[in-house]
Each structure stands twice: as C-alpha cells, then as structure tokens.
Design a binder for this molecule. Sequence first.
Ligand SMILES: Nc1ncnc2c1ncn2[C@@H]1O[C@H](COP(=O)(O)OP(=O)(O)OP(=O)(O)O)[C@@H](O)[C@H]1O
Ligand SMILES: Nc1nc2c(ncn2[C@@H]2O[C@H](COP(=O)(O)O)[C@@H](O)[C@H]2O)c(=O)[nH]1
Length: 206
Amino acid sequence: MIEEKGILFILSGPSGVGKGTVRKSLFDKDTDLKYSISMTTRPPREGEVDGVDYFFKTKEEFEDMIENNKMIEYAHYVGNYYGTPKDYVQKQLDNGNDVFLEIEVQGALQVKENFPEGVFVFLIPPSLEELKDRIISRGTETEEKVRNRLAAAKEEIEMMDYYDYVVVNDQIDTAVQTVQSIVRSEHCKRERVAIQYKKALERDES
Ligand SMILES: Nc1ncnc2c1ncn2[C@@H]1O[C@H](COP(=O)(O)OP(=O)(O)OP(=O)(O)O)[C@@H](O)[C@H]1O
Ligand SMILES: Nc1nc2c(ncn2[C@@H]2O[C@H](COP(=O)(O)O)[C@@H](O)[C@H]2O)c(=O)[nH]1
C-alpha cells in the first residue's frame, strides 16, 4: 500500500504584490487546500485576529519555537520574525492533504531546501510603481516601512528564477485563475505518477 502524501504549495513574492488577496480568493474557490497560519512577532493590524490571520507571539516565544526546532522555516523580515510552525504542515501532508504557505522569499528558499518536491509560485507586480501604490493604498505601513519593504522587494524579485512558476498579478481574477490552474495541474500530475507507480508495482508482483 502506497501512502500518498499531500503537496506543499508555496506562494511568495514581495510585500504588497497581492499574495494575501490572491490566497483568500483562491480559498473561496478551492476548499480542499489547507492554509498554514504563520507565526509572527509583528503586532496585529486593525481587524486581524490571533489564530486566523497569524499566531501573534512575543520575540521570546518565537525564539523558543526556533530553539526547539518547531519551525519549518522562519525569517527576520523588516524588523519582525515570521515563520511556519512545523506540526500542522507535517500532519496535513502526512494525511494526504495539500498545504498552502504564503510567505516571503528568504523563508521560501529555506522551504525549498527541505521540501524540494514542493511547488513554488512567485507573484510579481506589473511594475514597481504599481507595487509601491499597492503598499501605500493598503494604508497599513508607515512611510519608513513602505521604504524598507520596497527596498526588500527589489532584492526579492531577483530571486524569482528559483521558483517553478512566475505569475503576474495585474488583474486579480486572472492571477487567481492562474494559481488555481497550477494547483489543479500539479495535483493531476502527482496522481498520474502515483497511478503509474502502482501499476509498475502490480506488474512486478505478478
Ligand atoms: N491585482 C490587483 N490589482 C490592484 N490592487 C491589488 C491587486 N491585488 C492586490 N491588490 C491590493 O494591493 C494591496 C496589497 O495586497 P495584499 O495585502 O494582498 O499583498 P501581500 O502581498 O499579501 O502583502 P504583504 O506581503 O505585505 O502581506 C491591497 O490593498 C490589495 O487590495
Ligand atoms: N518567511 C515567512 N514569511 C511570512 C510568513 N508569513 C507571512 N510572511 C510574509 O511576511 C511579509 C510581511 O507580512 P505582513 O503580514 O507584515 O505584511 C509578507 O511578505 C508575508 O507574506 C511566514 O510564515 N514565513
């Protein structure tokens, strides 16, 4: 009997490109995916709920998780820690469920080392001007933070070659459909491989 593990999908890209917007819209359509809620030391924004948007932790709590090897990846991004707790992701994958991470680039590259079979999707903005407008119009960051996030964005965009897919988030509906097609086609691909593998085993046994 072959245990079929779930697929790990990683959506990454610069701050403000629309990762959260795309992910929420995708989850409205694709209920089979499991979203891994990240942990962070940044304070909650207005309307954000602990355990829904993030697990909000103190620096000490976060560092304790790191020391106890309980994170799949983590990054220190523009003044705060962000990371993916290990237990939930591992359990879902072991149960055959597909898991979706929405994380920044340093973390995605760590995941690639430990889960090279993951599917890595990079979201890019139509232009840097549009990226700046999106971060500013969201209204969540101070001027200094916008500057820091844009500086990080320029370095992050250079890393897109490490990803399996690059999707331009110009029109939101098109970007969501593209990510949904990637999820579906990767799923079909793995199912096909599993079927071929089972057939090969059956042939060997007979
Ligand atoms: N295709 C799009 N066209 C225009 N505006 C968009 C588009 N996609 C997202 N936005 C807007 O851009 C802003 C940033 O989007 P969002 O918060 O989803 O980005 P993000 O990549 O998740 O950011 P962060 O990494 O900082 O969490 C939001 O105000 C969102 O409504
Ligand atoms: N490496 C990780 N990055 C993460 C994780 N969760 C979110 N993020 C990314 O951090 C930045 C900033 O997020 P914000 O909510 O303060 O705007 C953004 O790019 C997120 O995608 C994580 O678990 N690991």
